[in-house]
Design a protein around this ligand. Structure first.
Ligand code: NAP
Length: 282
């Protein structure tokens, strides 16, 4: 039987419809959730990501602004801009689009965003809070992956899960969330030995590497759930880490690329912005 397709677009659309209702309720109380995105420079891909975030926020009734700064902006000027947003009660969520020009230290920028407005969850304070198990903003891609897994008809408790990739934005936080869901997680990376043996016994594989062709049919257990986070442009086409056509012959459920994890990532930016607006009222 071919794998069930975990349709990220549909899951995201349903999730956003619920968010829109909650936004409506908050607006009735006089609060319009606001997402403000800072873009430094003129990178084409970054511009389209930022516009997409603004449009998605407005579509569910939030307000959203883009602050577009020149490529030559100094670190001090950017930090000052963030400071203004930190102190603006009408702004609930702040995102700074990466990559940043080389004169700006990304860590300083992430540390400057007020933890209560850090809807990406990348401020080291929020990362620490995630591992301490206290109120935080969970990074958006890992949160989106957990939402997709809810639709995979799998109870994660006691299951063997392999996460490939150990970045701070995807691999490590998703491994933490899966562990919290009582899965037994193996976190794999470029130095892992005998990765194939781990994959072959895994009930769930989350691949967050950016290497097309990494996960093939022969390392996937019959019926396993496959979440493909990889996004690499190959011949103008967005491509995942998983060889979709062959792996879907053996997997129980699988995310496509595009249309899998991607739509959930933006959805969770909106989710976290709504959460920030609600928390600001408490
Ligand atoms: P990253 O920071 O470059 O991390 C990649 C990870 O993959 C590293 O931990 C690296 O190991 C590991 N790796 C590299 N080659 C490997 C191999 N042959 N076998 C096993 N592990 C290997 O990337 P990222 O930011 O986490 O992003 C990963 C992918 O997800 C990218 O394609 C990115 O575009 C995509 N992404 C998609 C979304 C979405 O919304 N769909 C969101 C974020 C990212 P080492 O640590 O040992 O170097």
């Amino acid at each position: 039987m071919p794998a069930k397709v975990l349709d990220g677009k549909k899951i995201a659309a349903d999730y956003r419809a619920n968010l829109a209702q909650e936004v409506e309720q908050l607006k009735a109380k006089g609060v319009t959730p606001n997402l403000t995105v800072i873009l430094v420079g003129n990178d084409g891909a970054s511009q389209s990501y930022v516009n997409n975030k603004k449009k998605s926020a407005e579509k569910i009734g939030m307000s959203s602004s883009i602050i577009h700064l020149d490529e030559s902006t100094t670190e001090a000027a950017l930090l000052e801009e963030i400071d203004k947003l930190n102190n603006d009660d009408n702004v609930h969520g702040i995102l700074v689009q990466v990559p940043l020009p080389k004169q700006i230290d990304e860590t300083k920028v992430l540390e400057k965003i007020a933890p209560e407005k850090d809807v990406d969850g990348f401020n080291p304070i929020n990362i620490g809070r995630l591992y301490a198990g206290v109120e935080t903003y969970i990074p958006c891609t890992p949160l989106g992956i957990m939402e997709i897994l809810k639709h995979a008809d799998i109870d994660l408790e006691g299951k063997d899960v392999a996460v490939i990739g150990r970045s701070h934005i995807v691999g490590q936080p998703v491994a933490k969330l899966l562990t919290d869901a009582n899965a037994t997680v193996t976190l794999l990376h470029s130095r892992s030995k005998d990765m194939d043996a781990v994959l072959k016994r895994s009930d769930v594989i989350v691949s967050a590497v950016g290497k097309p062709g990494l996960v093939t049919k022969d390392v996937v257990k019959q019926g396993a759930v496959i979440v493909d986070v990889g996004n690499t442009v190959v011949d103008g086409k967005l491509t995942g880490d998983v060889v979709y056509d062959e792996v879907s012959e053996v997997a129980g459920a699988i995310t496509p690329v595009p249309g899998g994890v991607g739509p959930l990532t933006i959805t969770m930016v909106l989710n976290n912005t709504l959460l920030a607006a609600k928390r600001a009222q408490q």
